[in-house]
Write a protein that binds this ligand. Structure first.
Ligand code: UT7
Length: 333
C-alpha cells in the first residue's frame, strides 16, 4: 500500500456576507445571543443563481493550481455535499465537466458535516492501492437554499462555501496515518431535510409545511457532538500511535465554539493549536473542514512534517476523524 497525502488545497466563499445584525432585521434574534451561544458573527451566502457545483468548481480549480496539476491528470473527483445541485446527476459530474477533467470518474458522497472526512478516507483507498494516482476531493455546500429563514433556531447557524484537496501518493511515513469513521442511524431524525426524497416526495403539502428545509433538534445534536468529538479524536490518535502532545494542529468541524472547546478540553490540547473560523463562516457542513484546512495551509500554520488531526460530526448521525503527517510533495507514481 502506498502512503497517501494532500498535495494541494483550495477554497471558495461567495462574496455576499450576512452579519448577525443583518439577520436580526428579519428574524427574532440578536448578535449577543448568536455570538455567545455559537461563536458565529457572520456567514457567506451564495447568490440565487449560484449552485453548489459552482462553489465546488472554484475551490477545485484553486486546489489544482496549488498542486500544480492540470485537470486531465485527475483520475477521480469526489464531492461531499448534502446540498447537491440535483438529486441526480451527481454534482461531481458537473464539476468534472466544468474543470475539463476528461479522464476522471466522478461521484458524490453524502455524510453531512462528516462528508469531507468520509470522502478523504474513500479517496485515499484508491490511491493507496494504486488504482488511481490523483483524486480531487471537494466539500461544498449551499445550505442557505435549504434553510427556513423564519426559524431562528437553525437559520443563524449555517453558511455557504467549498474547500478542496488533491490527493496523491507521498513518501512513506507521511500522509494519512489513520482514519476513524462511524454512523448511528437511530439518530437520523435529529438532523434532517424531511421531504424531497423517496420517503416523502415533493408535494404542495410538503412545501406548505416547510419540509424541504433543514430541521434540527439542536440540544440533542449538541450533546452527541460534545461526546463524539472527544471520543473519536482519542481513538484516531491511538490508531495512529500519536500522543496528544505531538499534535501540531487540531482542525475540528466548525459548528459551535462551545462544542470545539469541550473537545479540546477533553483532549488536553493547547487552544493555540486549534483552528477556529466559524466566526467568519458559520457552519458550512462538508465545507467547514476543507476551508479551514486551506486557510491554515495558506497562513503557514501547517508546514512540512506537522501532525494534524481533522475531526467532524453531523447528520446521519455520522462522525469521522483522521491523523495526517503533512507533506505537499507528491510522488507521481
Ligand atoms: O454540524 C452539525 C449541526 N448542528 C450542530 O452542531 C448544532 C448543535 N447545537 C447547538 O450548537 C446548540 O444547541 C444551538 C446553538 C443550536 C442552540 O443553543 P442552546 O444553548 O442549546 O439553546 P436552546 O436551543 O436550548 O435555546 C435556549 C433559548 C430558548 O429560549 P427559552 O426557551 O429558554 O426562552 C430559545 O428559544 O434561546 C432561544 N433561542 C434564541 N434566541 C435568540 C434559540 N435560538 C435563538 C436565536 N436568537 N437565534
Amino acid at each position: 500500500m502506498r502512503s497517501v497525502g494532500i498535495v494541494g488545497t483550495g477554497s471558495y466563499l461567495p462574496d455576499k456576507v450576512l452579519s448577525n445584525a443583518d439577520l436580526a432585521k428579519f428574524v427574532d434574534t440578536n448578535d449577543e445571543w448568536i455570538a455567545s451561544r455559537t461563536g458565529i458573527r457572520q456567514r457567506h451566502i451564495a447568490e440565487k443563481d449560484m449552485p453548489t457545483s459552482e462553489l465546488c468548481y472554484q475551490a477545485g480549480l484553486r486546489a489544482l493550481e496549488d498542486a500544480q496539476i492540470v485537470p486531465e491528470e485527475i483520475d477521480l473527483i469526489i464531492v461531499a455535499t448534502m446540498t447537491p445541485d440535483y438529486a441526480f446527476p451527481a454534482t461531481a459530474c458537473l464539476v468534472a465537466d466544468r474543470l475539463g477533467a476528461k479522464n476522471a470518474a466522478a461521484f458524490d458522497l453524502e455524510a453531512a458535516c462528516s462528508g469531507f472526512i468520509f470522502a478523504l478516507a474513500t479517496a485515499s483507498q484508491f490511491v493507496a492501492t494504486g488504482m488511481y494516482k490523483t483524486v480531487l476531493v471537494i466539500g461544498g455546500e449551499v445550505l442557505s437554499k435549504i434553510l427556513n429563514w423564519e426559524d431562528r433556531s437553525t437559520c443563524i447557524l449555517f453558511g455557504d462555501g467549498a474547500g478542496a484537496a488533491v490527493l496523491q501518493a507521498v513518501k512513506e511515513g507521511f500522509g494519512f496515518l489513520s482514519f476513524e469513521l462511524g454512523a448511528d442511524g437511530s439518530g437520523g431524525k435529529l438532523l434532517s431535510q424531511p421531504a424531497g426524497g423517496s420517503k416523502c416526495p415533493a408535494s404542495l403539502e410538503t412545501v406548505g409545511k416547510n419540509l424541504h428545509t433543514l430541521q434540527m433538534e439542536g440540544r440533542e445534536v449538541y450533546k452527541f457532538a460534545v461526546r463524539i468529538m472527544g471520543d473519536v479524536s482519542v481513538k484516531v490518535l491511538e490508531k495512529a500511535g500519536i500522543k496528544k502532545e505531538d499534535v501540531d494542529l487540531f482542525l475540528p468541524h466548525q459548528a459551535n465554539t462551545r462544542i470545539i472547546d469541550a473537545a479540546v478540553k477533553r483532549l488536553g490540547i493547547s487552544p493555540d493549536k486549534v483552528v477556529v473560523n466559524l466566526d467568519k463562516y458559520g457552519n458550512m457542513s462538508a465545507a467547514s473542514i476543507p476551508v479551514a484546512l486551506d486557510e491554515a495551509v495558506k497562513a503557514r500554520r501547517i508546514t512540512e512534517g506537522d501532525t494534524i488531526v481533522m475531526v467532524g460530526f453531523g447528520a446521519g448521525l455520522t462522525w469521522g476523524a483522521c491523523v495526517l503527517k503533512w507533506t505537499k510533495v507528491g510522488l507521481k507514481v
